[in-house]
Design a binder for this molecule. Structure first.
Ligand SMILES: Nc1ncnc2c1ncn2[C@@H]1O[C@H](COP(=O)(O)OP(=O)(O)OP(=O)(O)O)[C@@H](O)[C@H]1O
Ligand SMILES: [Mg+2]
Length: 295
């Protein structure tokens, strides 16, 4: 883990231009830009909010991102794509796809390779990587307008339980978005590095970093130790911090989305009792209830 820490800083040190850091969440994307000589800055979306809804969609021929893309699900339930992180590198016959179809009105189809594609109302099919890439490219454009220059390099967070296939799927999306992967970093480790940036640890400290996200709940145990600088080495004027991740724990079945799903089930039952109508077959109605459940 220490190697990762050093690696991140070497990346930032040696990258010639700006570096984009994306915390790619199931519900929300949080992104920041690091540019030499410019204070570390969180990217704002077009409404000046510090997080961007993790959605892409189409209103006829117009492609939309963020809350605009999520909000059209009630009118265009086949053209709004959210919670795509559940489908990263999954085969069509998997529990992940069953779960996704239980929460989303999007049309999931099987590709020839047995993987997953999403079919829009106009019949076009898009892979999860292509749709994820569109979101990364959107964030890249936000970063470029802040940086005032092209942004090529990116660091993206991934959950600690991601398999090599899931990681590869993220790297593919980054590449399709025209970016270069400097590193994928576990989300808990990223928090640990951020925590250590402005602190010293004269005595070793252990912390639990708890992250209740949309898709899962994760806990990371990290140790922090300050290491005195070596007086013989000229360049190491400051003490450095060693971060070591001792353990991670997680539950992939708990999280904000599962809470929303259960709440919507209650709302569906209520609706059916009151109106004697099966709303489950009404995609627009289901999308509207999903929005209400998450509100
Ligand atoms: N006060 C709250 N009570 C319950 N759930 C909440 C609360 N605030 C936020 N949430 C849920 O937390 C989730 C958003 O958290 P966060 O932005 O950390 O998730 P994410 O990074 O998108 O997901 P992940 O890291 O799992 O991919 C949403 O699902 C939201 O419903
Ligand atoms: Mg998250």
């Amino acid at each position: 883990m220490l190697r990762l820490f050093i690696f991140l800083f070497i990346c930032l040190d040696t990258a010639l231009g700006s570096v984009l850091a994306i915390d790619y969440g199931t519900d929300w994307i949080k992104a920041s830009l690091m540019k030499p000589g410019v204070p570390f800055d969180v990217l704002l979306n077009k409404d000046s909010k510090r997080k961007i809804q993790s959605s892409v969609g189409w209103k006829q021929d117009d492609r939309l991102f963020g809350s605009d893309a999520a909000n059209i699900a009630g009118r265009y339930p086949l053209d709004s794509f959210s919670s795509l992180k559940y489908l990263q590198a999954v085969p069509y016959d998997s529990e992940a796809v069953s779960f996704f179809t239980s929460i989303s009105t999007a049309d999931v189809v099987r590709t020839e390779r047995g993987t997953v594609a999403l079919r829009r109302s106009d019949g076009t099919e898009w892979s999860v990587e292509e749709l994820t890439a569109m979101k990364f490219a959107y964030v890249r454009e936000l970063a470029e307008s802040l940086a005032g220059e092209k942004v090529h390099d990116v660091i993206v967070t991934v959950p600690p339980y991601y398999s090599q296939f899931e990681r590869d799927s993220i790297v593919d999306a980054i590449e399709i978005a025209g970016l270069r992967t400097l590193a994928l970093v576990h989300d808990g480790t990223a928090v640990a590095v951020n925590y250590a940036m402005t602190r010293a640890f004269p005595t070793p400290e252990y912390h639990i970093i708890y992250d209740a996200g949309a898709s899962s709940v994760r806990a990371t145990i990290a140790s922090f130790t300050s290491v005195p600088s070596d007086p013989k080495v000229k360049s190491s004027a400051k003490d450095s911090t060693h971060i070591s991740v001792a353990s991670v724990g997680y539950d992939r079945t708990a999280g904000g989305t599962e809470l929303d799903r259960r709440l919507r089930e209650i709302m569906i039952d209520d609706f059916q009792r009151k109106h004697k109508k099966d709303i489950r077959s009404d995609k627009r109605g289901m999308a509207k209830l999903w929005k209400e459940a998450g509100a």
